[in-house]
Design a protein around this ligand. Structure first.
Ligand code: NAI
Length: 296
């Protein structure tokens, strides 16, 4: 077992849905976690949400009140990237964009120690490409969690062409130490889950375009009769339409515009409108006033 030592510092960059979940899980597993975001309010919100989640878990008897207090104390806000320079593992969970991710890792590489592992939570972008501009590309690996992170056991540990076996093994073992169920995978567009999930969303969009049923009907059929935990539209609302649209664009481009992966124009319009799903209060369903009501 070569998991990161328990006294190691983990930095999580990006404090949205995924970053907050990753921080929650790492701190609960005993690691000191520094959370950074270009929007300071995202860090404050993430820390407040994680505190509430620990309190709920303590209420349900899934952790003791002492464990909840100790995990909360292990979480710190980082006011600047320089404050994560002592991290042994950095997990990036920022916007799904190759250039922005490359820019962040270039900045990080200049700050952290030589043996710090750089991990990306990218859903679909080539880990090889994210690493390519680094001085030491062998230290970068994909650590792909699923939403919601505290509930979903799977982590895809993605090796790019340059990723060292030792780095992938440490991230794999660290995922186990965080209570997860990791698998090794190579860097292919969308990796395993997001590749197989593309046709699920694409057929949902086609059914909607052809007016086979509205979003709520299609979701209900797939959930209640099809055996899926969520239908495509409620799942996209959970993931975020901005994230889901970027992932589809990335997989489409990486497969040389294979029509099977064509992004949806309607989803593009939803992103243009700011109807991003749960995180904006409106997607296919409304979330701001309690029980969701279908809007398409
Ligand atoms: P989000 O939109 O909820 O949060 C992203 C956060 O990153 C925002 O708070 C934003 O302010 C911050 N950010 C953007 N650029 C930054 C930068 N240069 N430096 C620091 N912070 C920056 O997005 P979400 O859903 O958390 O996704 C983050 C990453 O995780 C993406 O790469 C996405 O593809 C991946 N992912 C998303 C999943 C999902 O279901 N939403 C599932 C698995 C992976």
């Amino acid at each position: 077992m070569s998991a990161l030592a328990h006294n190691s510092i983990v930095a999580v960059i990006g404090s949205g849905a995924m970053g907050a979940g990753i921080a929650q899980v790492a701190a609960a597993a005993g690691y000191t976690v520094k959370l950074y975001d270009t929007r300071a309010e995202a860090v404050s919100k993430a820390l407040a949400d994680i505190g509430k989640m620990y309190a709920k878990l303590a209420e349900k008897g899934r952790m003791t009140a002492e464990e909840a207090t100790a995990a909360t104390a292990r979480l710190q806000a980082a006011g600047s990237l320089a404050e994560v320079s002592d991290a042994s593992l950095v997990v990036e969970a920022i916007v799904e964009n190759l250039d922005v991710k490359r820019g962040l890792f270039a900045e990080l590489e200049a700050l952290v120690s030589d043996d710090c592992i750089l991990a990306t939570n990218t859903s679909s972008i080539s880990v090889t490409a994210i690493a390519a501009k680094l001085r030491r590309p062998e230290r970068l690996v994909g650590m792909h969690f699923f939403n919601p992170v505290p509930l979903m056991a799977l982590v895809e540990v993605i090796s790019g062409l340059a990723t060292s076996e030792q780095v992938a093994a440490t991230v794999y073992d660290t995922s186990i130490a965080w209570g997860k169920n990791p698998v090794h995978a190579k860097s292919t567009p969308g990796f395993i889950v997001n590749r197989v999930a593309r046709p699920f969303y694409a057929e949902g969009w086609r059914l909607l375009n052809e007016q086979a049923g509205d979003a709520a009907t299609i979701d209900a059929v797939l959930r209640e009769a099809g055996g899926f935990r969520m239908g495509p539209f409620e799942l996209m609302d959970l993931i975020g339409h901005d994230v889901n649209f970027s992932v589809t664009q990335s997989v489409f481009g990486a497969y040389f515009n294979d029509p099977r992966f064509t992004p949806s124009v309607l989803q593009q319009e939803m992103v243009n409108a700011g109807f991003l799903g749960r995180k904006s209060g409106r997607g296919f369903y409304l979330y701001s006033e309690g029980a969701p009501a279908p809007v398409a």
